[in-house]
Design a protein around this ligand. Sequence first.
Ligand SMILES: NC(=O)c1ccc[n+]([C@@H]2O[C@H](COP(=O)([O-])OP(=O)(O)OC[C@H]3O[C@@H](n4cnc5c(N)ncnc54)[C@H](OP(=O)(O)O)[C@@H]3O)[C@@H](O)[C@H]2O)c1
Length: 289
Amino acid sequence: MPIKVLVTGGRGRLARALSRVGGSNVHGLSSTELDITNAAAIQFALERLRPDVVINAAALSNVEASDTAPDRARSVNATAPGRMAQACDQLGTPLIHISTDYVFGAETTKPWREADPVSPLNNYGRLKAEGERNVLAASDKVCIGRVAWLFGDGKDFIANLLRGDAVTVKVAHDQTGSPTPIFLLAKRLLTLADRMNAGEAVPPVLHLAGSPPVARADWVAAAFEALQRSGKKTPKLMRVPMADFVGTTPRPNYSALDCNLATEFFGEELNWHISTAQPETFTEQTVSA
Ligand SMILES: NC(=O)c1ccc[n+]([C@@H]2O[C@H](COP(=O)([O-])OP(=O)(O)OC[C@H]3O[C@@H](n4cnc5c(N)ncnc54)[C@H](OP(=O)(O)O)[C@@H]3O)[C@@H](O)[C@H]2O)c1
């Protein structure tokens, strides 16, 4: 029997991907339908919908917003997830809480493993790490799913580069991460929800990003090559250091996630290269998806 999954942040990118993949089994609630900073509203939504599993995809995901609106960011990204985990725990409902590669930021050239201590470089990463701790302290029926560099929904980094009519685009060659195909991630999250609902013991933290690690400029180059092969025009790619993007919140040079645990858990790797090589991943059709 299909399970009922409540997804918060229903208008967001990941929540929409989950709804598209999960169809009527996924009940996405937007911020106006369920404000996760309102404890009573969480309680009410859980009691009304009685979901089998909750996925918290709500967040103040704009990295700079954690600097410009720190109180709101703490409330959404750190405090509310803990309260949601408490409310879920009281009803015995498993919770998957979505987190980020930006909980890491220390100097390294080795992919981050689940057990590595967090080392955030900016407020967004610090607050998301606090949210993770709050969730883990509130319940043992939880899984923190760390994701990164979501793509494939027409709202991603590469789609944004293609949107204008720029002749040249500058992309960092010294920023390494884990591009994650959003619809395959959504499928994986729904499988995880099924398995948690069935009572299977799951790791408390799972790296659910794409593999293998790649420099941002190399990832963009792979996408542009695939688009060119299918006859699409792409801007010229100029490889620049991250330091060229001055005036923004600091971001880690290396936030690639080691996803071996998830590969073992799901039986296969989430390979960013395969999705990136399909030109339709970044074409206009996906924009309205
Ligand atoms: N996108 C990425 O590449 C990326 C990378 C790493 C980690 N992540 C993580 O992945 C998760 C999903 O990200 P996303 O890209 O889907 O973000 P998104 O598109 O910004 O969606 C987040 C949603 O959360 C909603 N929200 C904000 N405050 C809320 C509140 N108080 N109550 C309920 N909903 C609220 C927003 O509602 P409104 O639409 O009303 O503003 C928005 O629709 C987040 O945890 C994010 O930190 C994303």
